[in-house]
Every structure is written in C-alpha cells, then in structure tokens.
Design a protein. Structure first.
Length: 308
C-alpha cells in the first residue's frame, strides 16, 4: 500500500481552535487578547471556514482517486500539519493502521525551504523511524519547473490580466510573490533561486514583459527578512508609471488567510491608494488541471523509484 502525505502549515477546523493554533506557532506562549482578537477578525472576514483546511482535504481525496487509477493499485492520501493536528506522528500511526508500507511526502508548495518543504520531510522521516514501522519514504519535491505546472500558473496570470480594463492592460506590472524568510539571501540559496526561476518561467509563458519579484509576510524588525517587500514594490511600480498590477503568489497554491490578508487586503489597499487597478491570480486549490499535474508528478516519481 502506498500512502501520499500532503503537508500544510495548519488546518484550523473551528474558530475555537485559533488559540491553540497560535499558541503552537508562538512555541507554547498563548497569544495576547489583542493578537487573538485580530486573528479571529481575519478568519471571520473570510466569510467561510478556513480554506487551507477544507481545500487540503479535497486535494487529498482528488489525488487518492487519480493516483489509484493511474497506478492501477490502491493508494491512500493523508495530510500532516506543522501547527495543528494531525502531526507527523499521528499521520504515521494512521498509515500503519491502514497497512501502508511506502510513503510519498508531497509538499504542495513548489519552492524548497529548510523551514517549509525540508521541515516536513525531516519530521515525517523522524516519525517513521521512531514508530518502529517499516516504511520506505520518497519525497516529491523540486517540481517548480515542471512545464505543465508552469503553464497552468501562466494561465492564471493571463486570466487575471485580461480581467483588467482594456485601457490599462498595456501598462500593467506583474508582481510575483513568496513568503519572506528570516535572514539574508545567502542563507536561503535554493529558495531564492527556485523563486526566481519559477517567476522567469511563468513570465515567459504568460507573455508578461514587465514583472518583478517581491516577498510578503515578513516579520518585524530588528530581525532581517528577505526583501523587497511586496508593498514597497507596489509603490515602486506605481511611481514608475504603471497603471495596474497583477499579483501572483508562487509559494501558496492553496487559499489561506495569510495570503488573502497580506495580498488580497493590504496589497489591494496599497495599490488603490496609488490609483492603480489591482487583481491577484486565483489559487490553484483543487482545480482539475492542478490535480492532474500533481498526480502526474507523483506517479512519475513512484515509477522511477520502482514502486509500481
């Protein structure tokens, strides 16, 4: 039995879970009343349940169905989280109960980072080792330049640009974003390189001649974070004469409150304050084309490993 493990930062199932979620993020320190109230307001403003939780569950179901058909063999899909249940240990226990002997760790973020993709792989490997269960582990990472993946992201960029009024389309800047990381670029060579490579590939396929890269969601000073910040880049393109901006996040392919807040609300407000038309690209979520690309990537890795 092959198990596919999707990874997520946290899957909040209820507003009642927010305090525990942020306590875990803050390494055991409960969030203050103001911080908790701000978090609750952001989630309530969505008007729906946490999309990262609901969409991740649908992605798992879609990939389980697709891969079972592609490989002509039973495949079960699971998910593990960094700051909410299920943990790596809980997921390994479930897989053992289901008879899984081969495991694929599948990050649905295309950019490698030590605290993201690398962390999930390490935790899953440690959980398997400490469980005493015999499971082989395969990691399906480093797929950011898969041509089919690049194509569907480029499709979203083109669709977003076409949404803008015709009068400003010829003077539009595309801003590709990704979550900032603490420290200087030298501390994150793979992450920065893959971010730029993916941005260049999507810009080329989408026909975007004017584009920039920027980071979002950086922490407060005095800690140094990767720059430039997306709000600063929006200001720069506005001052440079652009009339519209398309913002495309290349790290978070699944809808989540952080991107919706930092780009969808703050980014849009910054653009509108400068008189710029603003649109962000759609999340890939559990769309048919994205699920096909991911299932193809995983199937290829499984076959290359001789598991099928």
């Amino acid at each position: 039995m092959i198990g596919i493990v999707l990874t997520a930062y946290g899957m909040v199932s209820s507003l009642d879970d927010l305090e525990a979620f942020y306590t875990h993020i803050f390494h055991g320190r409960k969030p203050g009343p103001d911080k908790l109230a701000q978090a609750e307001a952001q989630y309530r403003a969505l008007g729906v349940c946490d999309p990262l939780a609901s969409v991740t569950r649908r992605q798992a179901a879609a990939l389980e169905r697709r891969l079972s058909l592609q490989l002509n063999s039973p495949v079960k899909a699971y998910y593990m989280c960094k700051h909410t249940p299920p943990s790596a240990e809980e997921t390994v226990t479930r897989m053992a109960e289901d008879g899984v002997t081969k495991v694929v760790c599948l990050p649905l973020s295309p950019l490698f980072s030590k605290t993201g993709t690398g962390w999930y792989e390490r935790k899953l490997r440690e959980a398997i080792a400490s469980s005493g269960h015999r499971m082989e582990l395969l990691t399906a990472a480093h797929w950011h330049l898969n041509p089919d993946f690049v194509r569907i992201v480029a499709d979203r960029v083109r669709a977003a640009a076409e949404w803008l009024p015709a009068a400003v389309r010829g003077n539009t800047a595309v801003i590709f974003t990704s979550h900032s990381q603490p420290g200087l670029p030298e501390a994150h060579p793979d992450y920065c390189r893959e971010f730029r490579e993916l941005a260049e590939a999507v810009a080329d396929v989408s026909g975007s001649s004017s584009w920039r890269i920027a980071y979002r969601s950086g922490g407060p000073a005095p800690q140094v974070w990767l720059k430039p910040d997306v709000l600063d880049v929006i200001a720069e393109v506005g001052e440079g004469g652009a009339e519209a901006v398309v913002v495309c996040d290349l790290l978070s392919l699944t809808a989540n409150v952080e991107v919706l807040q930092d780009i969808g609300i703050q980014g849009q407000a910054a653009a509108q304050a400068l008189g710029l038309e603003f649109v962000r690209t759609e999340f890939l979520n559990d769309s048919d084309d994205f699920m096909k690309v991911v299932s193809d990537i995983v199937a290829e890795r499984i076959k290359a490993a001789g598991w099928s």
